[in-house]
Write a new protein. Structure first.
Ligand code: HEC
Length: 125
């Protein structure tokens, strides 16, 4: 009795795993994650290749970041960013800005050139 019921459970499990819809779903999920990571990588590589401008970066910082990080990046709701380039590398800073993994800081959709300007600005502080 117990054996037959456990084999029935096994059968349903096997059916679930090999269900074509389930397989299709998993494939799309894996591809989705892969393309998301790949896209972010391409973005980061592109940004790091560009040459940024402190002046442009300053403008972008004033428009998007001062509300939380303060007018001179001394920190407000968000932390002081004046020595951020010494504690985080450029890749980590880019991820912090585009990925939005630490609420309340939002994720920003920002062109690689503008991201590069922003990085150059942060390096100038
Ligand atoms: C809505 C408020 C808000 C805005 C707008 C915002 N931030 Fe933040 N930011 C935060 C908060 C809060 C943290 C701390 C997150 C944590 O680690 O929990 C943070 C963390 C960071 C960090 C990491 C600091 C560290 O010590 O790890 C960087 C770099 C950063 N922000 C850059 C920016 C830049 C550049 C902009 C503008 C494009 C920006 N932030 C806009 C709130 C904000």
């Amino acid at each position: 009795m117990t054996t037959s019921s456990s084999s029935a459970v096994e059968k349903t499990l096997k059916m679930k795993i090999w269900n074509p819809f389930f397989i299709t779903f998993m494939i799309f999920l894996i591809l989705g994650v892969f393309f998301y990571l790949e896209e972010n990588n391409t973005y980061i590589i592109k940004t790091l290749e560009l040459k940024g401008s402190v002046k442009e970066g300053d403008t972008i910082f004033k428009m998007n970041c001062v509300g939380c990080h303060g007018i001179t990046a001394r920190g407000l709701v968000g932390p002081d960013l004046r020595s951020i380039t010494r504690s985080l590398n450029d890749t980590k800073i880019i991820k912090q800005v585009i990925e939005g993994l630490t609420p309340p800081m939002p994720s920003f959709e920002i062109e690689p050139q503008n991201m590069s300007n922003l990085l150059t600005y942060l390096h100038s502080l």
